[in-house]
Design a protein around this ligand. Sequence first.
Ligand code: PMP
Length: 356
Amino acid sequence: MKKNIDIKSLVTKEVASLTPYSPDIVDVPIKIDAMEMPYLLSESLRGKVTDALNKAEINRYPDPDIRKVKEGLSALTGITTDRMIVGNGSDELIQLIFTACGGGGGKVLFPAPTFGMYKIIAVPLKMSAIAVPLKDDWSLDEGAFIEAIKKERPAITILANPNNPTGNYFGEETIRRILDTAEGVVVVDEAYYNFSKKTSLNLIDEYPNLIVLRTLSKIGMAGLRVGFMLGSKELMAEIGKIRLPYNINLLSQIAAEVILDNMAEVDRNVDKVIESRERLFKSMQSIPNITPYPSETNFILFRTEKEAGAIHRGLIEKGILIRNLSDNNKLKNCLRVTVGTEGENEAFIEALSGLV
Ligand code: PMP
C-alpha cells in the first residue's frame, strides 16, 4: 500500500503557498504570447552553429567560466568580463541576486504590475515582496516609490525597464533618483533593451550597487537560455560565489559564441520587429473597443471592453495564442500580444477585429 503523506507538508509553507509561473502550453500555428523573436536565424548562420556543435566534446564539462561567451558579450556591451555574470536565462540571475543579497528575510521592492518571477523567486527565499502600484497610465509613482525605499529600506529594488507587461520605459532621471535613495542593491532588468535602445548601463561606474540585467532570449536565442548581468567588479565577485559551476551547458555556450560573432543578422531581425511593432500598434489603435498601450518592447499590452478571457479563447480557436493577464486586478481585461512576423500580425489583427 502507498504511504499516506500530505505532500504540502514536505515543502516549506512559502513554497506551498505559491502559484506556479505557467506559460500556456497550446499547440497553435501562431504563437505570439512569450516575447520570442519570430524569425529563425538564417540557414547559413544555423549552419555555422551546427558545424561548431558537431565538434562539441560533450563528454567533458563546459567551461565553468563561460569565457568565450563573456568575451562576445564584452564586445557587445563594452563592459569587461570581470564585471559580468552569465546565467541560464536572466531568470537564473534574478534568483542568484535575490539569494545572495536578500535571502532569509530581506525585502525586495518593485513596481506592480511587473514581471511575475520577481515574486515567485522571492517567496521561497522567505523574502518579503513589496509592490508599489504603478499609476493608471503605467508610469512610475516616483514619489511613492522613493518613499517606500526610504521607509522599507529594501535589500533589493528591482525594476524591469522597459516594464513587462506594460511596455513603457521609466526615465533615466527616475532611475538616478532611485539609485541616490537606495542603500541596497538596485537591479534594472533590461530584458527589452534591444527594442527600447535605452539603458542605465552608463550609471554602473557611478553606482557600485547597480546591476543591469540583460538577456539573449528576446533577440532570437530564447532556446539557448543565456542571460547576463553587469555591475561593479566587487559586487559581481560576491554574487558569483553562489553561481553553480556549470550553469551554462556546453551546447548553449557554443551556439551563443557563434551567434555573438554574427550579431549583424540579429540586429536586422530586431529592427524588423521594431518596425512591425509600430505598424501593429497603429492597426490596433484603429480597432474599436480596445485600448493598446504604447510600447518600447517587442510586445503590446491592450485592454478590451469585452471579457478578455473570451477573446483569448476565441483567438486560440482561430489558431492564435497571446497572453491573458486578466487574473491580476490592475490588469483586468488586459491581454498582451508579442510582435510576430508581418503575416502573423495581420492574421492577429483580422481575428481580433472579429472578436471585440
Ligand atoms: N525579465 C523580464 C522583465 C522578462 O520579461 C523576462 C522574460 N519574460 C525575463 C526577465 C526572463 O528572461 P530569460 O530568463 O529568458 O532571460
